[in-house]
Design a protein around this ligand. Structure first.
Ligand SMILES: [Zn+2]
Length: 209
Protein backbone atom coordinates (compact mmCIF):
# COMPACT_ATOMS: atom_id res chain seq x y z
CA UNK A 1 0.00 0.00 0.00
CA UNK A 2 1.54 3.36 -1.00
CA UNK A 3 0.86 6.89 0.34
CA UNK A 4 -2.09 7.34 -2.10
CA UNK A 5 -3.77 4.21 -0.77
CA UNK A 6 -3.03 2.18 -3.93
CA UNK A 7 -2.22 -1.48 -3.65
CA UNK A 8 1.07 -2.15 -5.44
CA UNK A 9 2.84 -5.34 -6.34
CA UNK A 10 6.49 -5.74 -5.45
CA UNK A 11 8.72 -8.20 -7.21
CA UNK A 12 12.43 -8.98 -7.08
CA UNK A 13 13.15 -5.94 -9.27
CA UNK A 14 11.65 -3.48 -6.75
CA UNK A 15 15.10 -2.06 -5.87
CA UNK A 16 16.30 -1.73 -9.49
CA UNK A 17 16.74 2.03 -10.05
CA UNK A 18 17.08 1.62 -13.85
CA UNK A 19 13.39 0.79 -14.19
CA UNK A 20 10.67 3.41 -13.54
CA UNK A 21 8.92 3.10 -10.18
CA UNK A 22 5.52 2.34 -11.78
CA UNK A 23 6.99 -0.61 -13.68
CA UNK A 24 8.91 -1.93 -10.66
CA UNK A 25 5.87 -1.75 -8.41
CA UNK A 26 2.79 -1.84 -10.67
CA UNK A 27 -0.65 -0.92 -9.32
CA UNK A 28 -2.76 -4.02 -8.72
CA UNK A 29 -6.11 -3.85 -10.52
CA UNK A 30 -8.98 -6.18 -9.57
CA UNK A 31 -10.72 -8.29 -12.19
CA UNK A 32 -14.06 -7.10 -13.66
CA UNK A 33 -13.95 -3.74 -11.85
CA UNK A 34 -15.42 -0.75 -13.78
CA UNK A 35 -12.18 1.25 -13.31
CA UNK A 36 -10.09 -1.69 -14.59
CA UNK A 37 -12.36 -1.92 -17.60
CA UNK A 38 -11.96 1.80 -18.35
CA UNK A 39 -8.16 1.54 -18.14
CA UNK A 40 -8.19 -1.47 -20.48
CA UNK A 41 -10.45 0.44 -22.87
CA UNK A 42 -8.09 3.44 -22.88
CA UNK A 43 -5.12 1.26 -23.82
CA UNK A 44 -7.17 -0.60 -26.41
CA UNK A 45 -8.11 2.70 -28.07
CA UNK A 46 -4.47 3.83 -27.84
CA UNK A 47 -3.60 0.74 -29.89
CA UNK A 48 -6.02 2.03 -32.58
CA UNK A 49 -8.24 -1.08 -32.15
CA UNK A 50 -5.77 -3.17 -34.14
CA UNK A 51 -3.21 -3.93 -31.44
CA UNK A 52 -3.39 -7.58 -30.35
CA UNK A 53 -4.12 -8.86 -26.86
CA UNK A 54 -0.44 -9.36 -26.05
CA UNK A 55 0.53 -5.88 -27.19
CA UNK A 56 -2.20 -4.24 -25.09
CA UNK A 57 -1.14 -6.37 -22.11
CA UNK A 58 2.48 -5.26 -22.57
CA UNK A 59 1.40 -1.59 -22.63
CA UNK A 60 -0.67 -2.07 -19.47
CA UNK A 61 2.13 -3.91 -17.69
CA UNK A 62 4.26 -0.75 -17.73
CA UNK A 63 2.07 0.64 -14.97
CA UNK A 64 -0.50 -1.93 -13.83
CA UNK A 65 -0.67 -5.49 -12.60
CA UNK A 66 -3.96 -6.89 -13.89
CA UNK A 67 -5.49 -9.92 -12.22
CA UNK A 68 -6.51 -12.16 -15.14
CA UNK A 69 -5.28 -9.42 -17.49
CA UNK A 70 -5.37 -11.39 -20.72
CA UNK A 71 -9.01 -12.42 -20.18
CA UNK A 72 -9.97 -8.87 -19.18
CA UNK A 73 -8.49 -7.48 -22.44
CA UNK A 74 -10.05 -10.22 -24.55
CA UNK A 75 -13.46 -9.55 -23.00
CA UNK A 76 -13.18 -5.89 -23.91
CA UNK A 77 -12.04 -6.71 -27.46
CA UNK A 78 -15.15 -8.85 -27.90
CA UNK A 79 -17.49 -6.10 -26.70
CA UNK A 80 -15.83 -3.13 -28.48
CA UNK A 81 -18.32 -1.81 -31.06
CA UNK A 82 -15.60 -0.13 -33.11
CA UNK A 83 -13.84 -3.48 -33.58
CA UNK A 84 -17.09 -5.24 -34.50
CA UNK A 85 -17.75 -2.64 -37.18
CA UNK A 86 -14.21 -3.06 -38.51
CA UNK A 87 -14.55 -6.81 -38.97
CA UNK A 88 -17.91 -7.45 -40.64
CA UNK A 89 -18.77 -11.06 -41.46
CA UNK A 90 -19.21 -11.82 -45.14
CA UNK A 91 -22.60 -12.83 -46.49
CA UNK A 92 -23.27 -16.51 -47.03
CA UNK A 93 -24.31 -17.81 -50.43
CA UNK A 94 -27.61 -19.70 -50.39
CA UNK A 95 -27.04 -22.97 -52.25
CA UNK A 96 -29.68 -24.19 -54.69
CA UNK A 97 -31.13 -27.67 -54.10
CA UNK A 98 -29.34 -30.44 -56.00
CA UNK A 99 -30.89 -31.35 -59.38
CA UNK A 100 -32.87 -34.60 -59.51
CA UNK A 101 -30.21 -36.28 -61.63
CA UNK A 102 -27.75 -35.89 -58.74
CA UNK A 103 -29.96 -37.63 -56.18
CA UNK A 104 -32.20 -40.18 -57.99
CA UNK A 105 -30.79 -43.70 -57.88
CA UNK A 106 -32.51 -45.22 -60.94
CA UNK A 107 -29.21 -46.54 -62.26
CA UNK A 108 -25.82 -46.69 -60.62
CA UNK A 109 -23.78 -46.95 -63.82
CA UNK A 110 -20.92 -44.44 -63.71
CA UNK A 111 -21.14 -41.67 -66.35
CA UNK A 112 -24.84 -42.32 -66.99
CA UNK A 113 -25.61 -38.70 -66.15
CA UNK A 114 -22.73 -36.32 -66.69
CA UNK A 115 -21.96 -32.64 -66.60
CA UNK A 116 -19.28 -31.06 -68.76
CA UNK A 117 -17.17 -27.94 -68.79
CA UNK A 118 -14.03 -26.56 -70.37
CA UNK A 119 -10.88 -25.35 -68.64
CA UNK A 120 -7.76 -23.72 -69.94
CA UNK A 121 -6.08 -22.65 -72.04
CA UNK A 122 -2.93 -24.70 -71.44
CA UNK A 123 0.29 -24.18 -73.36
CA UNK A 124 1.51 -27.60 -74.44
CA UNK A 125 4.83 -28.78 -75.82
CA UNK A 126 4.67 -30.83 -78.99
CA UNK A 127 8.30 -31.93 -78.86
CA UNK A 128 11.77 -30.58 -78.28
CA UNK A 129 12.40 -27.26 -80.03
CA UNK A 130 8.84 -27.09 -81.35
CA UNK A 131 6.56 -24.11 -80.80
CA UNK A 132 4.15 -24.31 -77.84
CA UNK A 133 0.48 -24.55 -78.79
CA UNK A 134 -2.76 -23.86 -76.97
CA UNK A 135 -4.89 -26.78 -75.83
CA UNK A 136 -8.01 -26.93 -73.67
CA UNK A 137 -9.24 -29.35 -71.04
CA UNK A 138 -12.70 -30.83 -71.47
CA UNK A 139 -13.87 -32.24 -68.16
CA UNK A 140 -16.73 -34.71 -67.83
CA UNK A 141 -17.95 -35.47 -64.34
CA UNK A 142 -20.40 -38.19 -63.34
CA UNK A 143 -23.28 -36.70 -61.35
CA UNK A 144 -23.80 -39.87 -59.30
CA UNK A 145 -20.35 -41.12 -58.42
CA UNK A 146 -18.46 -37.82 -58.89
CA UNK A 147 -15.92 -39.65 -61.04
CA UNK A 148 -14.15 -37.47 -63.61
CA UNK A 149 -13.03 -38.07 -67.18
CA UNK A 150 -10.60 -35.66 -68.81
CA UNK A 151 -10.26 -35.08 -72.54
CA UNK A 152 -7.96 -32.79 -74.47
CA UNK A 153 -9.68 -30.31 -76.81
CA UNK A 154 -7.89 -28.65 -79.71
CA UNK A 155 -9.96 -25.48 -79.50
CA UNK A 156 -13.13 -23.88 -78.21
CA UNK A 157 -15.11 -24.60 -81.39
CA UNK A 158 -18.06 -26.96 -81.76
CA UNK A 159 -16.11 -29.56 -83.77
CA UNK A 160 -13.47 -29.90 -81.05
CA UNK A 161 -16.16 -30.52 -78.45
CA UNK A 162 -17.96 -33.08 -80.63
CA UNK A 163 -14.64 -34.92 -81.06
CA UNK A 164 -14.17 -34.88 -77.26
CA UNK A 165 -17.69 -36.17 -76.73
CA UNK A 166 -17.10 -38.93 -79.30
CA UNK A 167 -13.92 -40.07 -77.51
CA UNK A 168 -15.69 -39.89 -74.15
CA UNK A 169 -18.71 -41.96 -75.23
CA UNK A 170 -16.44 -44.53 -76.89
CA UNK A 171 -14.65 -45.15 -73.61
CA UNK A 172 -17.38 -44.65 -70.98
CA UNK A 173 -20.63 -45.48 -72.78
CA UNK A 174 -23.42 -43.21 -73.97
CA UNK A 175 -24.83 -41.03 -71.17
CA UNK A 176 -28.57 -40.50 -70.78
CA UNK A 177 -28.16 -36.88 -69.71
CA UNK A 178 -25.50 -34.20 -70.23
CA UNK A 179 -25.53 -30.90 -68.40
CA UNK A 180 -23.40 -27.88 -69.29
CA UNK A 181 -23.41 -24.10 -69.18
CA UNK A 182 -24.39 -22.02 -72.23
CA UNK A 183 -20.91 -22.11 -73.79
CA UNK A 184 -21.01 -21.52 -77.56
CA UNK A 185 -19.37 -24.88 -78.28
CA UNK A 186 -21.93 -26.76 -76.14
CA UNK A 187 -24.91 -24.93 -77.66
CA UNK A 188 -23.38 -25.43 -81.13
CA UNK A 189 -22.99 -29.18 -80.53
CA UNK A 190 -26.59 -29.40 -79.29
CA UNK A 191 -27.84 -27.68 -82.46
CA UNK A 192 -25.73 -30.03 -84.61
CA UNK A 193 -27.24 -33.09 -82.90
CA UNK A 194 -30.80 -31.74 -83.29
CA UNK A 195 -30.10 -31.14 -87.00
CA UNK A 196 -28.68 -34.67 -87.35
CA UNK A 197 -31.65 -36.17 -85.55
CA UNK A 198 -34.06 -34.34 -87.89
CA UNK A 199 -32.30 -35.53 -91.06
CA UNK A 200 -32.12 -39.25 -90.26
CA UNK A 201 -34.81 -41.55 -91.56
CA UNK A 202 -36.65 -42.26 -88.30
CA UNK A 203 -38.87 -44.98 -89.75
CA UNK A 204 -35.83 -46.90 -91.01
CA UNK A 205 -34.02 -46.53 -87.67
CA UNK A 206 -37.03 -47.71 -85.68
CA UNK A 207 -37.18 -50.85 -87.81
CA UNK A 208 -33.77 -51.89 -86.49
CA UNK A 209 -33.93 -50.63 -82.86
ZN1 LIG B 1 -11.82 -1.82 -30.50
Amino acid sequence: MDEDGLLRSSGRLSLNEAIPYDTRCPIILPRKHPVTRLIVKEHHVEGKHIAGTNHTLALLSNKYWLIGGREEIREWENTCNECKRGKPRGGQQIMAPLPKSRTNVDTMRAFDKVSVDFAGQFLTKQGRGKIKTKRYLCLFTCMKTRAVHLEMAFGLDTDSFINCLYRFTSRRGIPSEIRSDNGTNFVGARNEFIKLFDTIDKAKVERYF
